[in-house]
Design a protein around this ligand. Structure first.
Ligand code: AMP
Length: 460
């Protein structure tokens, strides 16, 4: 198996990777790092959670570290790498990754995004930076005010390009691209490859290496999706009720946090459901044991966080439950892609507390359809004043709109999802559980719809 040490990265970078506990490159890293190290442009079809950040950060850091320095230059450092990201959260994560992987290299990173005062960002830029991670809008603002010098940029990355275009950033991207030297390496990553991304790629990239991982959306049409609007405190009772149904042969249950995963698996076990949990805080041996129990059927339920579940290769998962909705909508598609594999019909059931409605909207936007909860549970249109009760159920059979726009350049073979060690488990917190109220009638087994056509929800 390929190891990081075979990737020709500078030793301080390899040390940082080891410190992070990474043993082997994820599929996108194995595919992307060699051509990026060789100086090629890249068009990558990949989602967050695949190890994508390290896939571009490690070789860029290597280039910046090993590039000959101009000893005649005076004054603050001039940015040599620019990474554009759609959101401040992602920009912050990327900048943190550069800091982590680049520790000991003496490179300076600035993260630039809107919604906050610009003064500290300007100060940081003035002091000199090697790497800028930015959202397009604020960066353009600062460019217009003359605070950003991009003439020294040798590495340009567009991350989550499809989301940037969805957010209306096409003009800023074009303007920023035009302000960069033409002699540069450009990397574009996108979860989907619709025509507008292909056009953007054609205008920015030169003879790019093309890679693709995890076209998860392709699994979706064989998945019957249901939604329950349910308060956090009633989720446990609802899940237990649904698990009473013995057609739930092997269920993967997603929580947002590691703590939530442990908590839920403990409560299920106590109530007599054979359950285990898997997340980034568990040792490799513990994870292996949990996985084995799940594979063999000794554990009927595996409670997992997103990242821990990503490399899971377990056949015949009959049900995926979203106990907490993911805050990244792409994760929803990843999650439900775990069921219904290899031609089998899968069932995905999501629980949505009122606090999670924003996540639900983002998911609906991504899959291109509204998921309605029947049974009066969904009061989103009424301004959300009423309490959300459990029991609403809908058959969505959502056919993700975006699956039509898969990477046109891949060799046609879907690549498997990647295995990641750590969990994104932050914020949110698991529901208290232990709900005393019994779920209503509406919680019976969802009907199944095949082919993503039947029961298609109305658009909102
Ligand atoms: P990303 O797709 O860049 O958001 O990465 C998802 C998660 O995977 C992050 O928490 C990384 O720390 C982790 N990760 C990245 N590369 C590896 C690797 N080779 N082995 C294990 N975990 C990794």
């Amino acid at each position: 198996m390929l190891h990081f040490s075979s990737l020709d990265l500078a030793s301080p970078i390899l040390d940082a990777v080891t410190r992070e506990g990474y043993d082997t490159p994820t599929p996108i890293q194995a595919q992307a790092i060699p051509p990026i190290l060789a100086g090629r442009d890249m068009l990558g079809c990949a989602q967050t959670g695949t190890g994508k950040t390290a896939a571009f950060a490690l070789p860029i850091l290597h280039h910046l570290h090993t590039a000959p320095t101009d000893t005649t230059r005076r004054g603050p450092a001039v940015a040599r790498a620019l990474i554009l990201s759609p959101t401040r959260e992602l920009a912050t994560q990327i900048a943190d990754s550069f800091d982590t992987y680049g520790r000991g290299l003496g490179l300076r990173t600035a993260v630039i995004f809107g919604g906050v005062k610009q003064t500290p960002q300007v100060r940081r830029l003035r002091a000199g930076v090697d790497i800028i991670v930015a959202t397009p809008g604020r960066l353009m603002d600062l460019m217009d005010q003359g605070y950003v010098d991009l003439r020294g940029v040798t590495h340009f990355v567009l991350d989550e390009a499809d989301r940037m275009l969805d957010m209306g950033f096409i003009q800023p991207i074009r303007r920023i691209g035009a302000a960069l030297p033409t002699q540069r390496q450009t990397l574009l990553f996108s979860a989907t490859m619709p025509p507008n991304i292909s056009r953007l790629a054609d205008s920015l990239l030169r003879d790019p290496a093309r890679i693709a991982v995890t076209p998860v959306a392709s699994a979706a049409p064989k998945i019957a999706q249901s939604l329950y609007m349910v308060d956090n405190q009633h989720k446990l009772a609802l899940l237990q009720k649904l698990l009473d149904d013995r057609t739930v042969e092997r269920a993967l249950v997603f929580t947002r946090t590691k703590h939530g995963a442990d908590n839920l698996s403990r409560k299920l076990s106590r109530s007599g459901v054979a359950a285990d949990s898997i997340h980034g805080n568990k040792s490799q041996a513990q994870r292996q044991r949990a996985l084995e129990a799940f594979r063999s059927g000794r554990a009927r339920v595996l409670v997992a966080t997103d990242v821990a579940a990503r490399g899971l290769d377990v056949d015949a998962i009959s049900h995926v439950f979203n106990y907490n909705l993911p805050n990244e909508p792409e994760a929803y598609v990843h999650r439900i892609g775990r069921t219904g594999r290899a031609g089998a019909l899968g069932i995905a059931i999501s629980f949505c507390d009122r606090e999670e409605r924003g996540f639900l909207r983002a998911i609906e936007q991504l899959v291109g359809a509204r998921m309605t909860a029947e049974g009066g549970g969904d009061d989103r249109r009424s301004g959300g004043g009423a309490r959300v009760e459990e029991g609403g159920r809908t058959e969505s059979g959502v056919a993700p709109r975006r699956r039509q726009r898969r990477n046109p350049n891949a060799n046609g073979r879907p690549k498997s999802a990647t295995r990641s060690r750590s969990s994104h488990g932050s914020g949110g917190g698991a529901p208290a559980g232990g709900g005393s109220r019994k779920p209503g009638k509406g919680v019976a087994r969802p009907q199944r719809s095949r082919g993503g056509g039947a029961g298609r929800p109305s658009r909102g």
